[in-house]
Design a protein around this ligand. Structure first.
Ligand SMILES: CC(C)(COP(=O)(O)OP(=O)(O)OC[C@H]1O[C@@H](n2cnc3c(N)ncnc32)[C@H](O)[C@@H]1OP(=O)(O)O)[C@@H](O)C(=O)NCCC(=O)NCCS
Length: 260
């Protein structure tokens, strides 16, 4: 399938919600978030897509300095078939120059519209179950520990609609981010689900850690697997020195923020 990779705007919200939620709903570990332990039923995918559509535009407008959003679009049909969200490292954005501007969501300045989008997000019926905290808390801690080691560029979200899986779409989306990271000379970090493993391995990512938790008490199949990956990119000597200095400052700042 021929695709183009483009930046996203808030008008993509519904297509993104369909793509992302349908992709993740197919993952047996992610889907557990929407299982009602009392009834044994899942929240319907259509309702999850609806809620996500409500929340998406406001979410997309957050952290515009560092968040970058890309979509894969079929050149034949114009259909949105994949999505990747990246978080830029803090160092290159400090210069004030636009970094990867084509993947920055265009700002909405109209205060009335902004308020409307914020209200829609806040009022959306997003209520994942809360009793799986044990799984999530351990994962959160381990993820934070790895992320804080470097001023990484982070792959924060990746989803390809199941109707278009195994056509190389995820690989192309990730490759685009890798190309940017190489230019920025920033190492990349990501947290992977089982389905993503081959994509990352094939692109040259290195698994630095993994965590398999038992999700059967929560209705799962017993293998809640999460995998931590890194890619180191070549650096010029000058950049290594610059990054080291700035990175130490950033880590100090994030440690302070974490204590608040
Ligand atoms: C993982 C995902 C992004 C892969 O997208 P994709 O466009 O199909 O990936 P590509 O075609 O570039 O690469 C194909 C590889 O993806 C993996 N893959 C894709 N669909 C899969 C599926 N349904 N089950 C298991 N593995 C799958 C395979 O490992 C495949 O490698 P292989 O052909 O050597 O077996 C997509 O399946 C998805 O969105 N899954 C649900 C959400 C998710 O897991 N996101 C990633 C979090 S790390």
């Amino acid at each position: 399938m021929e695709i183009q990779i483009q930046g996203c705007t808030i008008t993509d919200a519904h297509a993104l919600a369909v793509n992302n939620m349908t992709a993740f709903f197919a993952d047996p570990t992610w889907r557990l978030t929407w299982l009602n332990p009392q009834t044994g039923h899942f929240k319907p995918l259509s309702a999850i897509i609806q809620t996500t559509t409500e929340r998406m535009p406001w979410k997309m407008l957050q952290s515009r300095d560092r968040n970058r959003h890309t979509k894969a679009v079929s050149t034949q049909t114009g259909e949105l078939v994949g999505y990747a969200r990246w978080i830029l490292p803090s160092t290159p954005t400090k210069s004030g120059d636009a970094v990867w501007p084509e993947a920055q969501v265009p700002e909405i300045t109209d205060p009335v519209l902004r308020q409307e989008l914020e209200d829609r997000c806040k009022n959306a019926d997003w209520q994942p179950r809360e009793d799986t905290h044990e799984l999530d808390d351990e994962l959160y801690k381990r993820n934070q520990m790895h992320k804080s080691k470097n001023d990484y560029m982070i792959l924060d979200f990746l989803a390809v609609h199941p109707s278009h899986s195994r056509k190389g779409i995820a690989t192309k989306l990730v490759q685009r981010g890798v190309d940017i990271a190489r230019k920025l000379e920033a190492d990349i970090y990501l947290l992977a689900f089982e389905q993503g493993l081959n994509v990352y391995k094939r692109l040259g990512f290195r698994m630095i850690d993994h965590m398999i938790q038992d999700d059967s008490p929560y209705g799962g199949e017993g293998k809640f697997g999460r995998y931590f990956f890194e890619m180191e990119v070549p650096k010029t000597e000058k950049q290594v020195q610059g990054l080291d200095q700035d990175q130490n400052q950033d880590q100090d700042q994030s440690q302070e923020q974490g204590q608040q």
